[in-house]
Design a protein around this ligand. Structure first.
Ligand code: GLN
Length: 488
């Protein structure tokens, strides 16, 4: 039977479970599409066709023998290149880890497989998650399926582009300061960064450990809800929340409109949204939330103006510590040009890391120097606490916040590469929720201009993922932006 690449995860799983579709055909069809279209896009760094077809055949056998299949049975998924998958290379978009074979599987990935998903391969990303455009990958950039001359956002640009191009209905990314939400917005798909600690970080290569979250990208909310079923406690991650995991998909049915929901509009976020097209799309979306029964309230987050500086400082300090392990001895690239130990460290790191990663390591190491620690690092942690307090106060006045995800639409490849600060400003609206550990969702809400999608970001209190998904689902039923496709 022919398989439409436009089928969502929920629809594929239902058809595989009933025997109407074979998981093997679904996997074949998606692999075929990727082989045809990905040479121009470069969403994937590597495909795993054998592994995918073997897993799909196992699902088909289980189906024939009458076993109960998981809620993602036969659903093709892609995973970001910084999530470990045993026996496969996980390179984190870096030359440093180009040949690093994962010794175990990330919990998030293992749970996807337990739910029945089929792993298609690993997707492109900015090196170690440091970037907002996927241009910082050592393996070359990914293009935006809506506009090939433009970036897909980042750092999970490969995963977002793969979903937008109908290579798979679902993909995993990671979000430290916006890397799931911002590329989702720029590619016109739906992306969720859960509460910090909702999904295990075991097997997610560390960038900034107090901020890193595994997130889910899909086209429709219901698929993202299904994907979030990877959440839950994990003995391998002590920061993972010991809370029970609701059935997110079932909980979607609990709300048909937004009556009783107070939607907060953040003054500072509005001011930071520079692009007129994005502004208009987001205002229209906020209006639609009201038309669905929501009450609009204005709230303030005064500390937000310091969020970008605070984020880049803290993320860089944590990165400088986390990336110290790549010394050419224990992990990754080792220089061939020296026999002296001190030079071995220096050369291996200079050859293995790209310029942006080196910049962040230098900045982070500087900020952690004795004597500067309290002045710089300590100050940043205090601003972080203030920001969390601002959010807590805002949530006494409203239930969810609605803003733009990215202050600007996707931009032309190369246009921000010479200006790191301009690149950092792409994250102005996403880093606040990251610093506060809050869940946030990006939904397609129209276009800034033709073929450049705009994203609506909804933010909620900790562990209110169900509420976010419900509000998102009501919005999607009204608007259908998520059904628009860049490629036929
Ligand atoms: N663009 C941000 C950075 O470069 C966020 C990246 C992320 O969330 N991994 O740090």
């Amino acid at each position: 039977m022919s398989v439409s690449h436009q089928l969502g995860a929920r629809a594929i799983a239902a058809r595989v479970q009933s025997g109407e579709l074979r998981a093997s055909d679904v996997a074949q069809a998606h692999l075929q599409r990727i082989r045809e279209l990905d040479p121009q896009l470069h969403a994937f760094v590597e495909l795993w066709p054998e592994r995918a077809l073997q897993s799909a055949a196992a699902i088909d056998r289980a189906q024939r023998s009458g076993q109960t299949l998981g809620p993602l049975a036969g659903v093709p998924v892609a995973i970001k290149d910084n999530l470990l998958c045993q026996g496969q290379i996980s390179a984190c978009g870096s030359k440093m880890l180009e040949r690093f074979v994962s010794p175990y599987t990330a919990t998030a990935v293992a749970r996807l497989e337990q739910l029945g998903a089929i792993l298609l391969g690993r997707t492109n990303m900015d090196e170690f998650g440091m970037g907002s455009s996927t241009e910082r990958s050592a393996f070359g950039p990914t293009r935006n399926p809506w506009q090939m001359s433009h970036v897909p956002g980042g750092s999970s640009g490969g995963s977002a582009a793969a979903v937008a191009a109908d290579f798979c209905p679902l993909a995993l990314g990671s979000d430290t300061g916006g890397s799931v939400r911002q590329p989702a917005a720029m590619c016109g798909v739906t992306g969720l960064k859960p509460t910090y600690g909702r999904v295990s970080r075991s097997g997610l290569v560390a960038y900034a450990s107090s901020l890193d979250c595994v997130g889910v990208i899909g086209r429709a909310i219901e698929d993202v809800a299904l994907g979030l079923q990877i959440a839950g406690d994990d003995e391998r991650d002590s920061t993972c929340a010991k809370r029970t995991v609701p059935n997110y998909l079932q909980e979607l049915d609990g709300r048909k409109d937004l009556r009783g929901i107070r939607v907060g509009i953040v003054r500072e976020f509005e001011e930071a949204t520079g692009d007129e097209g994005i502004k208009l799309a987001v205002r229209t979306a906020q209006e639609q939330l009201r038309a669905c029964g929501g009450t609009i309230v204005e709230v303030a987050l005064p500390s937000v103006k310091h969020a970008v500086a605070t984020y880049y400082l803290l993320a860089s300090t944590e990165a400088s510590s986390n990336l110290a392990r790549y010394d050419g001895v224990r992990y990754g690239h080792r220089t061939a040009h020296t026999r002296r130990l001190d030079e071995l460290y220096e050369q291996s790191r200079s050859e293995g890391f790209g310029a942006e990663v080196q910049l962040r390591i230098l900045l982070g190491t500087f900020a952690l120097q004795k004597g500067y620690q309290d002045q710089i690092y300590g100050q940043a942690t205090r601003v972080r606490a203030m920001l969390a307090a601002d959010f807590a106060y805002a949530f006494t006045q409203c239930d969810v916040l609605a803003s733009a995800t990215s202050p600007m639409p996707s931009f032309a490849l190369g246009s921000k590469l010479q200006d790191p600060i301009a690149m950092y400003w792409c994250d102005a609206l996403t880093v606040p929720a990251s610093l506060a550990g809050l869940p946030a969702l990006s939904l397609p809400c129209g276009f800034a201009v033709e073929r450049l999608p705009a994203g609506l970001q909804l933010t909620a209190p900790k562990f209110a993922e169900s509420l976010l998904l419900q509000v998102g689902s009501v919005f999607q039923q009204q608007t259908n932006w998520h059904l628009q496709r860049p490629l036929s």
